[in-house]
Every structure is written in C-alpha cells, then in structure tokens.
Design a protein around this ligand. Structure first.
Ligand code: ADE
Length: 250
C-alpha cells in the first residue's frame, strides 16, 4: 500500500476542535484515501504537575497567559518520536500558527505541498514563550491580519490549502490548475490573478442574461474573455496582486 504524501501532526489545547472538519469534506476523503495523514495531539497531556499546567503568567506583567516552553518541548519531542515509529525519516517542518507570522498564501501553499511532514503548533492566550520559538520553530505562519483566539482555525486552513494541491485531492473536473491565485503569464509577467466569473443554466435569470460569448462554443474567444475578466476583477478588487506580479526572464 502506498504511503501518504503528506503528514500533519497538530499540537493543540483543543483537540476536539478538529473532530468535525477532519471527518467531513474533501479533507476527510484525502485522509480516507491515504493521500494525507493527520494526527491531533493534546498539549495538556504534557502539562506539568497534578494540574497539568501548560501556561503561566508573562514575566514583566501584562494580560493573558503564555504557553510554557518546557511543556511544548515535551509535546514536540513526543511527536517526533511517534513520527519515527511511523517510518518518517525526514526532518519535519515545525510551524507555529501565530498572527505575527509570515502570510499564508497560494505561493506558500505550493511550496509546502512539495514537503513531506508538518508539525503545526496552535498558539493560544497571550502567545508562546519566545525561547521555544527560537529553538524549535522553523516558521511562523499567519492566515491574515486579524487576531483569532488560537491557531486551530489557521491550522485547518493550512492543511486544506496545501493538501488540495496534491494530485488526486480534487477530481479531474475540479482541477486546481486554473483558479484564483495560480500563476498566469500576462504581458511577459507572471501574476496571480483572481478567478473569472462563472455562469450556469438558466441562460436568463431575473432579467440578466449570461454573457453570449460563453454560449458561442468558440473556445479561443472564451479563453480571452475569461482572461480579460480576471484582469478586470483583480484590478478592481485586489490591485495589490497586479503590483506584486513578478517579471520573468523568457
Ligand atoms: N492565531 C491567532 N490569530 C491567528 C492568525 N491570524 N493566523 C494564524 N494563527 C493565529
């Protein structure tokens, strides 16, 4: 039997959070089909003392609680040992989900989809002791410029965003080759554009007709129209994507 392409180990204080999302949708199908392997670990298991303490007050005062570096180290080492018993010989990429991290985007998802093993650590409360980050975390990732209560939602976003790029995650009909944020060549530049608008039956809906060109059967013309719409929509809604487009030698 072939081995999963990607392994994700999630370290969290809220393991139940993942119950439903990993059992529904295309992610659950990918798990069932052994395209990906996801294990959820409860950080509290590695808590200290009878109260299984996982966090403490920040030195210097201030609000909130900070996740203890010794607890996280124990949890991480346990995951590393389990990985080895699963036969994983590669070094995992240890990611901390944190609003102060680098932005997760399609480019990042593409890079990650070429890797083999991820350990996703969900931060909480006031944050994670900086020494743990310095010593054990390869990359901090944020899913956007807003603050969530913890990294759990972000971990799911990373798992889905990365896994759906693996061959076999989506069916042939829903290929990920042409969609928002995939690279396209435009006037000698490589850009990541928003996707084009789509229409289906009925042809007329509340007095609005689907664009005639889409019914023409002229595939070349349809392709040109779709590219025009992508540029138009991107210019209107996300002009930053056009400014960001990279020049490529050809
Ligand atoms: N934890 C809290 N907010 C977050 C964000 N925006 N991205 C990743 N992890 C987070």
């Amino acid at each position: 039997m072939s081995r999963p392409k990607l392994y994700f180990d999630i370290l969290t204080l809220f393991p139940n959070f993942f119950h439903s999302p990993l059992r529904t949708s295309l992610v659950s199908k990918a798990i069932k089909n052994k395209l990906i392997h996801v294990t959820v670990h409860d950080i509290r298991q590695f808590g200290i003392g009878t109260h299984k303490q996982v966090d403490d007050r920040p030195f210097g005062g201030g609000p909130g609680m900070v996740l203890k570096p010794d607890v996280l180290e124990l949890a991480l080492k346990n995951v590393l040992a389990q990985g080895r018993t699963r036969g994983l010989r590669v070094k995992p990429k240890v990611i901390l989900l944190d609003p102060t991290g680098a932005s997760f985007n399609q480019e990042k998802a593409e890079v990650f989809s070429k890797k083999r093993w991820f350990i996703l650590i969900c931060g909480h409360y006031e944050g994670v002791d900086e020494r743990f980050k310095d010593l054990f975390v390869d990359e901090q990732i944020s899913i956007g410029d807003y603050v969530l209560s913890g990294g759990e939602t972000a971990a799911l976003v990373v798992i889905e965003g990365v896994s759906r790029l693996l061959p076999g995650f989506v069916g042939e009909a829903e290929s990920t080759l042409s969609e928002s944020f995939t690279e396209v060549k435009l006037n000698g530049k490589v850009s990541r554009l928003l996707d084009y608008p789509v229409y289906t039956r009925p042809e007329g809906f509340k007095g609005r007709q689907a664009p005639k060109i889409l019914l023409s059967g002229n595939h070349g013309a349809i392709e040109n129209w779709r590219m025009e719409k992508r540029v138009e929509k991107t210019r209107k809604i996300r002009p930053d994507l056009l400014q960001r487009s990279k020049s490529r030698d050809r």
